[in-house]
Design a protein around this ligand. Structure first.
Ligand SMILES: Nc1ncnc2c1ncn2[C@@H]1O[C@H](COP(=O)(O)OP(=O)(O)O)[C@@H](O)[C@H]1O
Ligand SMILES: [Mg+2]
Length: 196
């Protein structure tokens, strides 16, 4: 299969590619297969009975959600990446950086530092910036933000009208530009994007 990468994506290395579970032929097949798996995960996580028991700001939940989103497609679903990428912290800091973020999020929640939807967007950016997984980080971190809002009662996020954001179109360009602004500490464009 030919892999083509668009701006703001993390290429897979050869070993990661070998861990593809289904025997897919084209990139379109792969996208569709992932999409189906992701929808199944969303259905699971958004159930009231599941949401009410979730400990969102925990390593266990974040890994489990990734496994639910991509477990039919990739063997490494739900596990930390073992290689460095063009985005994200050095792989040796994944666990510690994540735990710092989880502590920050608990604090923001307890002290009502931000409105819930802002907390969700800031958490989203910090999570993709760490980049826990070989692939699927963007879609995972957007679902995590949606779950935060659903659980804690924030304004629903619309992600520029489409939370898929995997196509190289104008919406994605805006999204990536907004993330870069957030990398520099300015969250306004990303907040505006996620709510538009
Ligand atoms: N400059 C950046 N700062 C923070 N996050 C970024 C930046 N550029 C890209 N990203 C994030 O990385 C994601 C791409 O990583 P990837 O693992 O391929 O996710 P996916 O497969 O879900 O698209 C983008 O969707 C975006 O969320
Ligand atoms: Mg990707």
């Amino acid at each position: 299969m030919q892999y083509h990468y668009i701006a703001g994506q993390t290429p897979l290395d050869e070993e990661e590619k070998r861990d593809l579970i289904p025997s897919l032929v084209t990139r379109e097949d792969l996208d569709a297969f992932e999409q189906e798996n992701i929808l199944e995960a969303r259905k699971w996580v958004m159930q009231k009975s599941v949401l009410s028991k979730l400990d969102i700001f925990s390593e266990k939940f974040l890994l489990n959600l990734h496994k639910r989103m991509y477990g039919h497609v990739w063997k490494w679903a739900g596990t930390f990446r073992k290689t460095n990428k063009n985005i994200g912290v050095d792989k040796i800091y994944l666990a510690t950086e994540l735990h710092t973020l989880l502590g920050d999020a608990q604090y923001w929640l307890e002290h009502k530092t931000y409105p819930i939807s802002n907390l969700a967007v800031i958490f989203h950016h910090r999570l993709v910036k760490i980049h826990l997984f070989p692939n699927g980080n963007g879609r995972h971190a957007r679902m995590v933000a949606d779950v935060i809002v659903a659980k804690f009662g924030g304004d629903k996020l619309s992600w520029g009208g489409n939370s898929d954001l995997t196509k190289p179109d104008d919406i994605r360009t805006r999204y990536i530009a907004a993330l870069r602004e957030a990398d520099g500490g300015n969250y306004e464009p990303l907040l505006e994007f996620a709510k538009s």
